[in-house]
Design a protein around this ligand. Structure first.
Ligand code: PLP
Length: 416
């Protein structure tokens, strides 16, 4: 196969080829990452990137939108079917844009939002002070207890004190099931809007492997690139017609211009995959794999926040170990296992050092790995952490990983 880029821009072409090798030879275990479908990559590299389509299907500000109208409508219908809801906006460029649009559409500046603290597993856009969401709104935070779980009674009391206009649930690092029904009761007790940001678990929700936030949440946002395995992007969902109208106006023309039609086509293709019966098998395997890994790590004496997981991720806690999350992240990285350091409940180290790592199973599951491979990986992780300064061991495991990954090649080329 010959590539235009190889001739016109060898420098970037070569770097993309190197990234393919990195993705193939490493064990990608960052909980928010995944390997999208080659068909999604084809949509994103298509002629659709040329098309301006400000507006919405049937109401565009540009001509020539007859085909992109159909594509966007298909994306909308598919994601509505997946979540069983009535309205969808598939134009947000990212999860952060989606959340920003919801706040701006449904709140006034300096209204109160209350979300899970970043250090307890929330996301920046849930009101963190460094995020615009923490500057434009008064933000308040709840967290998890030392057992790694939300105490809903405590949250209910806290909400009474804060009286937020919007309660945000959802997370980047929480290992247990969210009780959406209870969260709605808590939101209703102060007439707050309940927003669920299910970016991390959306792929499990649509497979019935994690609760659906509908009908309990007023608005749901998600990224499309994590457990859903679609292109990078965001969507906003609701059953409320009035909110839907406000959200559409806020996404365009409120905070965005032309929608990325090539990405929206990628979303449609990805949602098509999510609707297939095989998707349920994938989602089940994601959970089976992370549980196989958790069992090995607990068996080897390591501590997991909340003792395990209900979803696709675990949090290892090193509060009782002499090494930090940063040390673990580096040692595992040296061996070719990519994770990220993470704060844990009862954290004693700084956010740059931390006492934990977050590990997820979606990406390796997409490569076809099953419990057998996750048990091997669990033992490698334990070996490395038990001998954290042993760089020879890291080098040896790196070679073994290279061998293992040869049987799980997901892309035969870097550019689709
Ligand atoms: N919401 C949650 C819960 C996330 O974990 C993330 C990303 O990690 C986002 C939103 C933001 O998504 P994006 O990186 O597409 O802006």
């Amino acid at each position: 196969m010959s590539y235009f880029m190889e001739k016109s821009d060898k420098e970037i072409f070569d770097l993309i080829q190197k990234e393919l090798v990195r993705q193939n030879e490493h064990l990608e275990m960052i909980a928010s990452e995944n390997f999208t479908f080659p068909s999604v990559m084809e949509a994103m590299g298509s002629v659709l990137t040329n098309k301006y389509a400000e507006g919405y299907p049937g109401k565009r500000y540009y001509g020539g939108c007859e085909f992109v109208d159909e594509i966007e409508t298909i994306a909308i219908e598919r994601i509505k079917k997946l979540f069983g809801c009535n309205f969808a906006n598939v134009q947000p460029h990212s999860g952060s844009q989606a959340n920003g649009a919801v706040y701006a559409a449904l709140l006034k500046p300096y209204d109160k939002i209350m979300g899970m603290a970043l250090s307890h597993g929330g996301h920046l856009t849930h009101g963190a002070k460094v995020s615009l969401t923490g500057k434009m709104y008064q933000s308040f935070f709840y967290g998890v207890e030392l057992d790694g779980r939300i105490d809903y009674d405590k949250l209910a009391d806290h909400v009474q004190v804060v009286q937020p206009n919007m309660l945000v649930c959802g997370f980047s690092a929480y290992t247990r099931t969210l009780d959406f029904k209870r969260l709605r009761e808590i939101a209703d007790s102060v007439n707050a809007i309940l927003l669920a940001d299910v970016a991390h678990v959306a792929g499990l929700c649509v497979a019935g492997e994690y609760p659906n936030p509908f009908p309990y949440c007023h608005v749901v946002t998600t990224t499309t690139h994590k457990t859903l395995r679609g292109p990078r992007g965001g969507v906003i969902l609701t059953n409320d017609e009035e909110m839907a109208k406000k959200i559409d106006k806020m996404v365009f023309p409120g905070i965005q211009g032309g929608p990325l039609m090539h990405v929206i086509a990628g979303k449609a293709v990805g949602f098509g995959e999510n609707l297939k019966p095989e998707w349920k098998t994938y989602a089940k395997q994601v959970k089976a794999n992370i549980n196989a890994l958790a069992t090995v790590l607990v068996g080897r004496g390591f501590e997991l926040v909340s003792g395990g997981t209900d979803n696709h991720l675990i949090l290892m806690s090193f509060l009782k170990n002499s090494f930090s999350g940063k040390d673990a992240d580096i040692a595992l990285g040296n061996a070719g296992i990519t994770v990220n350091k993470n704060t844990v409940p009862g954290e004693t180290r700084s956010p740059f050092i931390t006492s934990g790592v977050r590990i997820g199973s979606p990406a390796l599951t997409a490569r076809g790995m099953k419990e057998r491979e996750f048990k091997i990986i669990g033992n490698w992780i334990a070996d490395i952490l038990e001998n954290i300064t042993d760089t020879n061991l890291q080098a040896k495991i790196k070679k073994e990983i290279k061998e293992l990954t040869k049987d799980f090649i997901i892309y035969d080329r870097a550019i689709y």
